[in-house]
Structures are given as structure tokens and as C-alpha cells.
Design a protein around this ligand. Sequence first.
Ligand SMILES: [Zn+2]
Length: 103
Amino acid sequence: MDDKRSDDRRSDDKGAPGGERRPRSRFARGGGRGRTRRRVCRFCAEKTLPLDYKWFDVLEAFVSERGRIVPSRTTGTCAKHQRRLTLAIKRARNVALLPYSAS
Ligand SMILES: [Zn+2]
């Protein structure tokens, strides 16, 4: 009688999980290619770190081996500094301090 009905409902329950969603951190994603993933913006953490196109050895850390700018979600750079960083990298490319692409 009623038992049958509750049984039917049970099978329905399957489709509705009890909110077992894991809010995985974006930074905790696997598949990092051996690069260090930072959680804090390097430029915020180190106030003395220059963010200028002339300091290509600093910029180099934010450019992949293929010459591409590493996304901020990988490096942890904040939006403000990422903007300045891309600009600096583009300038550095322009004056041939950094490559546009891998040779
Ligand atoms: Zn920052």
C-alpha cells in the first residue's frame, strides 16, 4: 500500500544527491606542468619586486616556455598586477627582451 509508494520515491531520490558538491579550489587543479602555482600575487607579496618591462628576468617567470603569458589563475597574480604585467611583457617583447613565440 503505502509501502509501495515510498519505494517508488526512493528510486526517485537517486537523481537528487544530497548536495555533495565539493567546491574545489581553482588553484588545486591537477595538471600543472611542474610549474609552481602561487596562491598570492607575487607583486603584492613582494613590494620590492619591480614590475617593469626592463626587468625581463622577473617577467620571464610569468611567461611560458612557448613565450605565452601565463594566466593569472595559474600564477595567482591579482587582476591589478596581471594587467600591468601583461603590459610590461608586451613592452618587453617590443624591445626584444622577451620572445613573441618559441623559436
Ligand atoms: Zn597584486
